[in-house]
Write a protein that binds this ligand. Structure first.
Ligand SMILES: C[S@@+](CC[C@H](N)C(=O)[O-])C[C@H]1O[C@@H](n2cnc3c(N)ncnc32)[C@H](O)[C@@H]1O
Length: 218
C-alpha cells in the first residue's frame, strides 16, 4: 500500500516548485535593492524587497512538515510568510494531521495578494490565516498555548517577536529560526538569547542549507 501526503498533491507540488524556480532569480532582484537597504525601516524594506522570495530551503520545508506532523500543534505561528513557500509546507502538514491551523504574518501587500491566490489554488486556504502588517503588532494579542513557531521575518526582529510570544509558548514548544549561518550577524542577538541557559531553551543548530536553530521551550 502506498501512503500519500499533501506535499505530494499535484496542486501543492506544482505551486512549491514554481515558487522555488522563481526564487532562483532572487540574486538578480536583490541586486536592485537601493544601497543601504538593510538599514531601512521594516515596512520600507518589505516594500523594496517585494520581488524577492527569500524562501526556506527545500530540505527546510520538509523538516517543517515533519515537525508539524510529529507535534500535531493546534496552532502554528509563522513570522515572515513572503510568497508562502514555508507556509504551504506547514499547512500541508496541518492538513495531514487532520487538526490545527497556521497563522502567518507578512507586511508586503504584493506578497500577501500573491500568496492568497496560491493558498486558494492549492486548496490549503481554509487552514491559513494571514495577518497583514507588522508582526510585532499583529501577533501581539495572540492567544496561546503555542507549540510550533517559525521565525523567518527580518532577522533583527526575530528576538523581539520571540520575546513577545514567549509567555504563550507551552513547555516543549519548538521555535525554529531560519538562516542562522548565512545571516549570522543580524541573528547574533537572537542566538545569544536562546543559547543562554538562563533563558529557558534547549537548542540544536540544524545543518540545513543556511542553518536552522531549533529551540525547545523548557
Ligand atoms: C525571509 S522572507 C520569508 C520567507 C518565507 N518564510 C518562505 O520560506 O517563503 C522574510 C519575509 O518577512 C517579512 N517581514 C519582515 N519583517 C516583518 C514584520 N515585522 N512583520 C511582518 N512581516 C515581516 C518580509 O516582508 C519578507 O517577505
Amino acid at each position: 500500500m502506498t501512503l500519500t501526503h499533501t506535499l505530494a498533491d499535484p496542486r501543492v507540488e506544482t505551486a512549491i516548485s514554481r515558487m522555488f524556480k522563481l526564487a532562483e532569480q532572487d540574486g538578480t532582484a536583490q541586486a536592485q535593492l537601493p544601497p543601504g537597504a538593510l538599514d531601512m525601516a521594516p515596512q520600507a524594506l518589505a516594500d523594496a524587497a517585494a520581488g524577492i522570495y527569500m524562501p526556506i530551503s527545500a530540505d527546510g520545508g520538509k523538516l517543517l512538515y515533519n515537525l508539524v506532523r510529529a507535534i500535531r500543534p493546534a496552532t502554528v505561528v509563522e513570522f515572515g510568510m513572503s510568497y508562502g513557500i514555508s507556509t504551504l509546507h506547514l499547512a500541508a502538514a496541518v492538513r495531514d494531521n487532520g487538526t490545527g491551523r497556521v497563522i502567518t504574518t507578512e507586511m508586503s501587500k504584493e506578497k500577501i495578494a500573491a500568496a492568497r491566490r496560491t493558498f486558494t489554488e492549492t486548496g490549503l486556504d481554509d487552514l491559513i490565516t494571514v495577518l497583514e502588517g507588522d508582526a510585532r503588532e499583529t501577533l501581539a494579542d495572540l492567544e496561546g498555548p503555542l507549540e510550533l513557531v517559525l521565525l523567518d521575518g527580518w532577522k533583527d526582529l526575530c528576538l523581539p517577536v520571540l520575546r513577545m510570544l514567549e509567555p504563550i509558548l507551552r513547555p516543549g514548544a519548538l521555535v525554529v529560526a531560519d538562516d542562522i549561518d548565512q545571516l549570522e550577524g543580524p541573528m547574533r542577538p537572537y542566538l545569544d538569547y536562546v543559547r543562554d541557559p538562563a533563558n529557558g531553551y534547549q537548542n540544536v543548530s540544524f545543518p540545513i542549507e543556511d542553518g536552522m536553530e531549533i529551540s525547545c521551550r523548557l
